[in-house]
Ligand binder design. Sequence first.
Ligand SMILES: NC(=O)c1ccc[n+]([C@@H]2O[C@H](COP(=O)([O-])OP(=O)(O)OC[C@H]3O[C@@H](n4cnc5c(N)ncnc54)[C@H](OP(=O)(O)O)[C@@H]3O)[C@@H](O)[C@H]2O)c1
Length: 293
Amino acid sequence: MNEKIWITGAKGMLGQELSALASQHSYHTILSDIEVDITNESSVESFIEKHQPSVLVNCAAYTAVDLAETEKDLNYKINATGPQVLGKVLAPKNIPILHISTDYVLNGKSPNPLRPSDAYSPVNEYGKAKMQGELFLKESGASVWILRTAWLYGIHGKNFVKTMLHLMQNKEELRVIHDQFGNPTWTLNLAEAILQIIQSKSHFGTYHYTGDGITSWYDFAKAIQELGLQYGLLSKSIPIHPVSSSEFVTPAKRPLWSALSKTEVQETFGVQVPHWKEALKKYIQLESTHAPD
Ligand SMILES: NC(=O)c1ccc[n+]([C@@H]2O[C@H](COP(=O)([O-])OP(=O)(O)OC[C@H]3O[C@@H](n4cnc5c(N)ncnc54)[C@H](OP(=O)(O)O)[C@@H]3O)[C@@H](O)[C@H]2O)c1
């Protein structure tokens, strides 16, 4: 492949998945994480001078959603100033950017999946900073794909699926929120979509990519338990109780409805959007053959 892909946040959950997949597909990858601070213009400049990437996938972010309510400055710096710096440096060099964003820039109320063109309505500090990051990139003049995703899990890093499996094995019962709806997304499926999008070198704009189908955290947890038992990751079944968001208060508010529409990304790039339950089954199957991180 002739693309030279710079992946920032390459040690994160998505960054590791994408790096591995890109290498498998024989892309030339240049990886960086916190040692190349995306909020530092001169670090970004000198990294580009040295490595001459042909495209950037920005997976670097501040992702501690609850902590962001108190660590407001750090959250803003990484999620808003970071993309601003990347846009400013990469625009004049004509290096396209695929920037990963989040469902938390939106907050739906209807039964319909949210479209990329829907108005911003973040309900927490993390969502507000990610929104500002998107806006900075749009203003930068760079060629940008903003790809919003949600409810990520995968083989690397901490995530809901791994937390649930751990709790299910170590607790006698669990309470899981039943009134927040969204789309679970396997990082491997997202990484496949990212490679397909950057290869197009066209149709810049804002898109959504998640697993297909809509569920609640409660039903997601029940599916994790079912598959965990089936594939031997769990040795016992425990009761899982549905609770409402008002009973399970977290420092950051979450949108009750953040299901995302994939129509635009499918029609434009022809990417595959597997159903979340099918993807979860493949992931659990894979996890059952791996030692934990
Ligand atoms: N996880 C989800 O469920 C979810 C949902 C929707 C959207 N997203 C978006 O998906 C993307 C990837 O998320 P993820 O879960 O893979 O995140 P992650 O695991 O937290 O990885 C982010 C990486 O970026 C690094 N980083 C932080 N500040 C940096 C800086 N200033 N310069 C360079 N690197 C820096 C982090 O290092 P440290 O760990 O050392 O800070 C970490 O290795 C993010 O844009 C996130 O907003 C995630």
